[in-house]
Design a binder for this molecule. Sequence first.
Ligand SMILES: Cc1cc2nc3c(=O)[nH]c(=O)nc-3n(C[C@H](O)[C@H](O)[C@H](O)COP(=O)(O)OP(=O)(O)OC[C@H]3O[C@@H](n4cnc5c(N)ncnc54)[C@H](O)[C@@H]3O)c2cc1C
Length: 375
Amino acid sequence: MVRMDQTIPGDLQALTPEAEVTLPARAGTSSPIETDAVIIGAGPVGLFQVFELGLLEIRAHVIDSLAEVGGQCVALYPDKPIYDIPALPAVSGQGLTDNLMEQIKPFSPTFHLGQEVQAVERQDDGRFYVRTSAGTEFLAKTVFIAGGVGSFQSRELKLPGIERFNDRQIFYRVRDVNAFNGRNVVVAGGGDSALDWALALVGKAESVILVHRRDGFRAAPATVAKMRALCEAYEMQFLVGQITGFEANDDLLKAVKVAGLDGVTRNVPLDALLVFYGLSPKLGPIADWGLALNRRQLEVDTEKFETNVPGIFAVGDINSYPGKKKLILCGFHEAALAAFGAAKYVFPDKKIHLQYTTTSTKLHDVLGVESPTFD
Ligand SMILES: Cc1cc2nc3c(=O)[nH]c(=O)nc-3n(C[C@H](O)[C@H](O)[C@H](O)COP(=O)(O)OP(=O)(O)OC[C@H]3O[C@@H](n4cnc5c(N)ncnc54)[C@H](O)[C@@H]3O)c2cc1C
């Protein structure tokens, strides 16, 4: 499983085996992917949107800036139980996501992970041009924004001028752990990612020093225990303190200054610095697409959950309407009605009827299941 803050841009790294994979098209080098629907956001609501669209035979591509599906459920509380999902008395954030992935399997959505949607523009033919940070382009008949609280971004180390070393010596994501073989690496942070990567580097890097502001971690206890054992065996070091400065020679980052709780500031030489300070959501480019906003949420009607731009729908935490509650079950309801709202753009000449998954042979075909016999 690829973790969300080990993002590897591109589609290949983070997909479940079932998901169809497309390589990102680079702007100007290949033609846009034509599709019925683009779903922006692979949180619980974006995933369930795939299902509701699928029942109406509307195929979707799903894009998320994270490397993993599941939105807040996986990024913020994968192991915590949720108690208010109908018919699931208790399910973890990861468990809910796994169930949703299983449920949408029949519709084979294509996932484009580790890419932020940056542009959504209406074309003369009524379709929408969608472009991601990886250069993947789409022409979609409908767009579903299931962007939650916004696209999650890595929290950066804030020291004036240090950003010039980003992607050369400072990394917020690891693409290839072997890139640090034989290097002196400092890993900053106290969560699962910081510890997992620190452990992964032991035996490969020349030295590994973990820096965290306190002697307590948000990571899995077993990982913390392993880290402590490695420190005792002098395989790595742990330093309590905060990175407050750095030393550089022209274009080379030489060391970071770590202010310890003992009042001493230490100079820690390094070749590379990996920073895992967690994720923060940013509404980001969604605010620039000409959609009506109400306190940074997208205004929608409550019949179809359509925005002020016909053909663009907003579901889940990202939308706003009288009485809105940011609950997963509310998002699921919104996804169902939005799918019906979108059908007229995808199938302008088709009359859409409500059918039950229990009894409709048509829906059984669509779902790829046997039709049961009723007495
Ligand atoms: C600690 C905690 C506990 C919770 N417990 C419950 C509970 O018990 N019951 C309940 O109903 N709800 C609970 N919630 C709320 C619930 O998690 C949210 O309502 C739900 O996740 C909303 O789903 P969503 O799909 O709308 O958005 P999200 O889960 O936020 O997913 C949105 C996705 O869109 C992506 N995205 C945004 N913008 C872009 C862009 N431009 N390009 C690409 N990707 C983009 C983001 O990266 C993200 O992955 C809890 C929330 C928290 C934080």
